[in-house]
Structure formats: C-alpha cells, structure tokens
Design a protein around this ligand. Structure first.
Ligand code: PMV
Length: 371
C-alpha cells in the first residue's frame, strides 16, 4: 500500500500567520468498520451516510514560531481552553507529521464547537478530526501556493487531491472521520467491486443511487448521553483474535456488494435488512469478544421493538442503526417524514434521556467557512 503521494515535496513555510475555518459533519455507517490493523487501516470496507446538522466547526489559527523543537498548540471548545483534549491532538500531530512538514514551524490555536451537545453520546471525533484535517490542508495549500508564486515549476494542488489527502489525514486522527468530508455516501476500505476504493482514505460512492435514498432522514434518539464505557479503540482491538472476526470481515464485503444493487434499484426492503443486520452484528461482536461488553441499554431494545412493530403495522420503510453506543439512529426515506416524525414523538421519545433527540438528514460533507 502506497502513501507516498501524500508526502509533499519540500516547501518553505514563508507565511507568517493566518487562519482557516471549516465545518465538517458526523457520519453514520451502514456497513460498519469494526476492527483495524496498524495505522488505522480497516479490516473491512465500510460505507456511510454523511450527516448534515450534526457537525463541528473548527478555526485553526497559526503563527510562525522560532524553534522547531516541539509541537505547540492550544485547544478551545466553545471558547473554553481544553487541555484534556491535547493528548489526542498531540498523537494526531505525531501520526501526520511526515505528511505535513510545517507542523513544527507554527504555533496553532484550535478553536472548535459542535452543533450537538458535548455530552450527547454522539462522538465528535469524526466531525472534529475531519474539520481539523481540512484546516490543516488549507494551510498546506497556502504554503504550496506561496511557493508556486515564487517558482513556476510547482503545480497548484487540485481539489480532488486536497479532499483525498484531508481524508487520509482524518483517518489517522479517527478512522471513521475519513468518511465525513464528502457526501452523501462515502466508501472507505478496499472493495473489489468499487474502483478507486482504498484503505487509506474515503471516496465518494461512485455508482448510481436511486431517488429513494435522496435526502434520507436520520433522527438520532439520545438514549444514553453518558461517556462510553468502552472506547472504540479498545473495541477495535478486541477484534484481534476474536473467534468470529474473519467471518465478520467477509460478511462486510458481501453486504457492501449487495448494497450496490440496492442503491441502484432503490430496494428499501433489502436496505433495511442489511442495515439492521449490520448494526446488530456490530453489537454481537462486542458481546462475543473477550472481555465481552454490552453497549445497548434496555431502552435501545424497547425502541428497536417499537420500530419493528410500527413497520409491520404500517408497511413503513423506517429502520434503525446503531453506532458503538446505546443511541439509536432512526433512518427513513424523505417521503415518510411526517408519518415517522409523528411515530417518533408519540412512541419513541419516551425512551430518550430527558426526551432528547436530534433530527438530521443526509448531507454533503465539509464546508469552508472562512479564510
Ligand atoms: O472511527 P472510530 O475508531 O471511532 O470507529 C467507529 C466505529 C463505528 O462507529 C462503530 C462504526 C463505523 O464504521 O463508523
């Protein structure tokens, strides 16, 4: 596997200071990534819907410093200094340093805010790391352009390369973050029927998608807003030596193959089957690992049963998926918006912590807010 294209030719850090702001959304996997190799390389390919409203906005300000000894940065969440976020960013900087040689030349101020509450149980790592990766790419592009202005033999970075490298960097921050930069469907991980798919970065799903999947809705029911009992890093690692791991990885390839036809034909029944099976398999893997754990709560199961009963009674195409936690993502086509919202309000909100839920819809990835 080659990652050399992401190691830049030498450039000078001739710019004194500047600032970029990007927003980037969260994403929800349909075929799940669970299990990784070194360097955040996934054990199987995954595909996700990019979300729209659940996002992080990050401003990265940079100013040149004298020495190049250490990384220098401060992190702020909603204006408050967050030193407890620093170790994660330090690790991220170490991992990406070989690909962004300017990192030690500047002091960075990273100001970040999320549209969803920090304690909502919604992971901010996908949106946060992807927003930061886009800001860093903007700095690299600026440095390269300033060099190009001085010499004519260097080419300006293309938009495709910019996104690809940002996804590559975001992956090194948090695996699933590499699927947040574009939309509305993103594939990450090599799959033999999807040309251009890669373990190194996410790509926009390259095939036809039926109108049934346009503006797909995702209502996130906040069942448990507490900190996760098991971090996803620990969970991924438990797939090493897991008795069902190899079968699970094969199943993910197969489910992604099946989704290609489903997306093309708009086959919502098979979509539901695959998506719900993927969610339950993810949790089954957790329950079957050693040590074992359960991230679903009683209310997660209550909601799942209500969704199944509603589907049977009304022929609705609503379904659920889960990430590595107790919250439930309720997925449904746009033409069922009123009907499903009514159902959620009447029958599901009672199972949410403090009645909290977030209405989202499929979106199109990161946006440059300011430079
Ligand atoms: O990106 P990570 O390391 O937090 O892992 C995410 C794993 C799942 O959300 C459970 C599945 C996925 O594909 O997003």
């Amino acid at each position: 596997m080659k990652d050399e294209p992401f190691t830049p030719q030498a450039y000078t850090s001739s710019i004194e200071s500047g600032s970029f702001t990007w927003s980037s959304p969260s994403n929800i996997a349909l075929v799940k990534y669970w299990g990784k190799k070194e360097q955040q390389i996934p054990q199987n390919p995954s595909v996700s819907f990019t979300l729209d409203h659940c996002k992080t906005t990050t401003t990265l300000s940079f100013s040149k410093k004298e020495d190049q000894d250490a990384f220098s940065f401060d992190v702020f969440l909603d204006g408050d200094k967050k030193d407890d976020f620093k170790p994660k960013i330090e690790t991220f900087f170490k991992r990406i340093e070989a690909y962004l040689p300017f990192l030690r030349n500047y002091h960075f101020k990273i100001g970040t805010s999320n549209t969803f509450p920090h304690s909502s149980g919604i992971a901010s790592s996908a949106s946060g790391m992807s927003a930061l990766a886009m800001c860093l790419m903007s700095v690299e592009k600026l440095l390269m352009e300033s060099d190009t202005a001085l010499s004519t033999d260097k080419s300006i970075m293309s938009d495709d390369f910019f996104i690809q490298k940002a996804s590559f960097l975001a992956r090194l921050g948090s695996g699933s973050a590499c699927r947040s930069l574009e939309g509305d469907l993103v594939v990450w991980g090599k799959h033999n029927e999807i040309d251009g798919s890669s373990d190194l970065f996410g790509i926009k799903y390259p095939f036809e998608v039926h109108k049934n999947f346009k503006n797909y809705q995702d209502t996130i029911l906040l069942v448990d807003k507490g900190e996760k009992q098991v971090s996803s890093t620990v969970g991924h690692n438990l797939m090493h030596g897991h008795p069902f791991a190899q079968e699970r990885f094969k199943q993910a390839h197969k489910n992604l193959s099946s989704l290609i036809r489903v997306f093309k034909e708009g086959d919502l029944d098979t979509f539901i089957e695959i998506v719900e099976s993927e969610a339950l398999t993810l949790h089954a893997m957790m329950m079957a690992s050693m040590p074992y754990f359960i991230l679903m709560k009683p209310n997660t199961l209550e909601i799942i049963n209500k969704i199944w009963a509603f589907r049977q009674a009304t022929n609705s195409k609503v379904c659920f998926t889960l990430d590595a936690g107790a919250n439930v993502h309720v997925l449904y086509p746009e033409n069922e918006l009123d009907k499903v919202c009514e159902f959620i309000k009447n029958e599901l909100v009672a199972y949410c912590q403090n009645g909290h839920y977030i209405c989202d819809v499929i979106g199109f990835g990161a946006k440059l807010i300011n430079n």
